[in-house]
Design a protein around this ligand. Structure first.
Ligand SMILES: Nc1ncnc2c1ncn2[C@@H]1O[C@H](COP(=O)(O)OP(=O)(O)O)[C@@H](O)[C@H]1O
Ligand SMILES: [Mg+2]
Length: 230
């Protein structure tokens, strides 16, 4: 099952009178069970590509399929549905709600996906256990370490059981040991839960968990290297 297929994607931003070509025909696909790392210098189009794959930004041209649905021609309401049901996001800075506990952060994400009340409470408990934070379920984000916060963010990304997980530099605010543990968790999501993961990262230490490392330069995917997964 192909969870993401992007073909010849271009994106230009308007900057006053100038147009910035952030993507110049980028093609990439991700299968279920696969971890793909997207690697490239600052400004090469990584975040733009991830935002388009995540249906939070429309491409200027090209084709994008998410979990078997062509999203390029969909309107706002259908896109929102794909975002809610097929895609989970993990960000560099966690983006947790500071006034909500671990459990409540996850429960709120479920509520946003249409899961409510008791069903949301039960699923939130399960997800918090799945990321190993049962002892911290009632803690606020400020009482968590960086690695624990990112585990909450991963639990939140798993809400509603999406096929595709997108992560933008998810370990760059973590130290290398904690970052390694978070990456092991990503590997596990692909291997054991059959998620497809596309992860933007600069950190070469993290390439060990990838099935493929894809290079992006100046808006184009230029090279791909196969690596043995751990
Ligand atoms: N909202 C925006 N408006 C104008 N230019 C943008 C916008 N977002 C990104 N860009 C430009 O597009 C290019 C690619 O940016 P980005 O996708 O953020 O790259 P990366 O994540 O690899 O650093 C850069 O030149 C950046 O300045
Ligand atoms: Mg970026």
């Amino acid at each position: 099952m192909r969870v993401l297929e992007a073909r010849d994607v271009t994106k230009s931003y308007r900057d006053g009178r100038d147009a910035i070509q952030a993507l110049k025909g980028a093609s990439l696909s991700v299968e279920a069970g696969e971890v793909v790392i997207l690697n490239g210098p600052s400004g090469s189009g990584k975040t733009t590509f991830l935002s388009i794959a995540g249906c939070i930004l429309a491409p200027t041209s090209g084709q994008v399929m998410v979990n078997g649905t062509s999203v390029t021609s969909l309107g706002g309401r259908d896109l929102a549905r794909i975002r809610r049901h097929a895609i989970g996001f993990v960000f560099q800075h966690f983006n947790l709600f500071p006034a909500l506990t671990v459990l409540e952060n996850v429960q709120f994400a479920l509520n946003m996906k249409g899961v409510r009340n008791r069903a949301a409470r039960i699923e939130a408990e399960e997800l918090v256990i799945a990321v190993g934070l049962e002892d911290k379920r009632h803690a606020l984000p400020r009482d968590l370490s960086g690695g624990q916060k990112q585990r909450v963010a991963i639990a939140r990304a798993l809400c509603g059981n999406p096929a595709l997980i997108l992560a933008d530099e998810p370990t760059s605010s973590l130290d290398s040991e904690i970052g390694g543990r978070v990456m092991a968790m990503f590997r596990d999501l692909a291997t054991r839960r059959d998620k497809g993961l596309l992860i933007v990262t600069h950190d070469p230490a993290l390439h060990a968990i990838a099935d493929r490392v894809v290079e992006i330069r100046d808006g184009r995917i230029v090279a791909e290297s196969k690596e043995e997964p751990l």
